[in-house]
Ligand binder design. Structure first.
Ligand SMILES: Nc1nc(=O)c2c([nH]1)NC[C@@H]1CN(c3ccc(C(=O)N[C@@H](CCC(=O)O)C(=O)O)cc3)C=[N+]21
Length: 299
């Protein structure tokens, strides 16, 4: 029987741990974790994600602030806002929602975030710590961190010797995911658009992570019998069966086919997506614990 990994349920469990630890931190150290979410412009999908992040932060008992800036905001103004948040002792986590409008150099903005408040894990300091095997002192990007929690719930914390294939080499998902799997003693291969015979490579994977952003690209016969399949893709495709102009969400994996061979698989929606937001809360809590000189919980 294939296990359908319930990302919503695991995310609720992570959030419950965050809530309890936040309560303790407030009671014992007088510190309330603070998260600032910054959004520039009016992209409707971004607004939905940002609203759910702010809502979840409030659920966790955090101090939650949202800065919504007009689409024509200058880079200098955005950098000034970040400098203020870096210096604000009530703020432990800063997230600048991507993508940013084209007049803004997102690299420059991301690198302006203080590494100890970079709960997205995108600054070079945090990227470097993860790459150097010091993830315990870093922030790991939320989507790969959440994917790892799901993998560990299925296979345990020791993944020694398992073959892991990560399809996609982005800085946000593919590369940090590969580093996390390597740190867990997997044999890791990172595949991308130039990879030869991708189906055959995928069939070697005990753990298959799909993060390419192409709807249903990974077919069922690419999946090894019993493999753990983590689908990071969130793609909106036309769904004429639901009515004219309607859309539905699909992952990077052809779910109905892959589900027949996988040992465990994440659905889309309801898999990795909810974990991404949960790990943002976890990272913000960890940041507040570090600021208060206390040991954070493990997730
Ligand atoms: N600086 C930055 N950090 C991010 O972490 C970041 C970002 N920018 N920009 C946009 C992407 C996207 N993202 C998602 C979070 C949750 C779901 C999620 O919960 N998805 C639900 C479904 C949501 C729906 O129905 O649209 C699910 O998969 O079940 C999806 C996508 C975080 N992002």
């Amino acid at each position: 029987m294939t296990t359908v990994i319930d990302g919503k349920l695991v995310a609720e469990d992570v959030v419950a741990t965050v809530q309890k630890a936040a309560e303790l931190l407030r009671a014992e150290a007088g510190v309330t974790p603070g998260l600032a979410v910054v959004i520039v412009g009016e992209d409707p999908a971004s607004q939905v994600y940002v609203a759910s992040k702010s809502r979840k932060a409030k659920d966790c008992g955090f101090h939650s602030v949202q800065h919504t800036l007009p689409a024509e905001t200058s880079q200098a103004d955005l950098l000034a806002l970040i400098a203020g948040l870096n210096a604000d002792p009530e703020i432990h986590g800063i997230l600048v929602q991507l993508p940013l409008p084209e007049q803004i150099d997102s690299g420059a903005v991301i690198q302006a975030i203080a590494p100890e408040k970079d709960v997205d894990g995108f600054t070079y300091v945090n990227v470097g710590k993860l790459g150097a095997g010091a993830a315990e002192t870093a922030f790991v990007p939320c989507t790969p961190a959440g994917s790892m929690v799901l993998i560990e719930r299925v296979r345990g914390r020791d993944l020694s010797g398992l073959n892991a294939v990560v399809v996609g080499r982005s800085n946000i998902v593919g590369k940090p995911m590969a580093n996390l799997l390597l740190a867990a003693n997997c044999t890791v291969t990172v595949a991308h658009s130039r990879t030869h015979d991708l189906p055959a490579l995928c069939r070697t994977a005990d753990i298959l992570v799909a993060a390419v952003g192409r709807p249903e690209m990974i077919r069922g016969d690419w999946v090894k019998e019993g493999a753990t399949v983590i689908d990071v893709g969130i793609n909106r495709i036309p769904a004429p069966e639901k009515g004219e102009g309607k859309q539905r969400l699909v992952g990077d994996v052809a779910y109905a086919e892959a589900e027949r061979r996988a040992g465990a698989i994440t659905p889309v929606p309801g898999g990795v997506g909810p974990m991404t937001i949960a790990m943002l809360m976890a990272n913000t809590l960890v940041s507040a614990c570090r600021a208060a000189g206390r040991t954070p919980p493990r997730f």
